[in-house]
Design a protein around this ligand. Structure first.
Ligand code: SF4
Ligand code: SF4
Length: 190
């Protein structure tokens, strides 16, 4: 049971004669419409028009970087896979055929549909081998097409390196100093 003192009675507000005509509100609305008609248009007609991007920090499709000799720069340390909150990176590492690193990725897949583009993988990589690019219009007809394997990730690097150079091309192994003296490369592989 509710006490009478707890009940608040709200009287319906009385409208004046002008308010009942709704003219002030209509004039107000027209004024807002007219004001916007003469403002600069900010809507872009995508895809004919594209917004200017901040290339340096845009987090789009991934790429696997190549080192100075065209080989995949990844050393299969699994740091990105471990850091990924969406669990969308899958790496199979194996013994490297090159003397300057112990391992390299035999398989490297990223599920671009599962990815939340947080950039944690890029942050975690000790050799700057994985980076997010300014590419954002990735399309595919099947889910499988949206899983980028090592070859596709290297292709993204080839496509985007002119637009966004590799962050730290000097780092290419656990030594981390860019000193590649003594490297006996097998050359050009992936
Ligand atoms: S951007 Fe984030 S979610 Fe996507 S692969 Fe990298 S760590 Fe995972
Ligand atoms: S963190 Fe870098 S080096 Fe390590 S597995 Fe990922 S991409 Fe390769």
């Amino acid at each position: 049971m509710i006490d009478d003192q707890d009940i608040i009675i709200v009287d319906e507000p009385e409208l004046t004669a002008t308010e009942r005509l709704y003219l002030p509100q209509i004039i107000d609305g027209m004024r807002t419409t007219l004001r916007h008609m003469f403002k600069k248009t900010i809507t872009l007609q995508y895809p004919e028009q594209k917004r200017e991007q901040r290339i340096e920090n845009y987090r789009g499709v991934h790429r696997l970087n190549r080192d100075e000799e065209g080989r995949v720069a990844c050393v299969a340390c699994f740091m990105c896979q471990t850091a990924c909150p969406a669990h969308c990176i899958h790496i199979v590492g194996t013994e490297s055929p090159w003397d300057d690193r112990e391992k390299y990725p035999l398989q490297f897949d990223i599920d671009e549909l599962r990815c939340i583009y947080c950039g944690m993988c890029e942050e975690a990589c000790p050799v700057d081998a994985i980076e997010l690019t300014p590419e954002y219009d990735l399309v595919g007809r099947t889910r499988d097409e949206m899983i980028l394997d090592k070859e596709k990730l290297l292709e993204v690097f080839d496509r985007t390196v002119a637009l966004k150079p590799r962050k730290n091309p000097k780092i290419s192994g656990y030594a981390g100093t860019g000193d590649r003296d003594g490297c006996q490369s097998a050359g050009g592989g992936q």
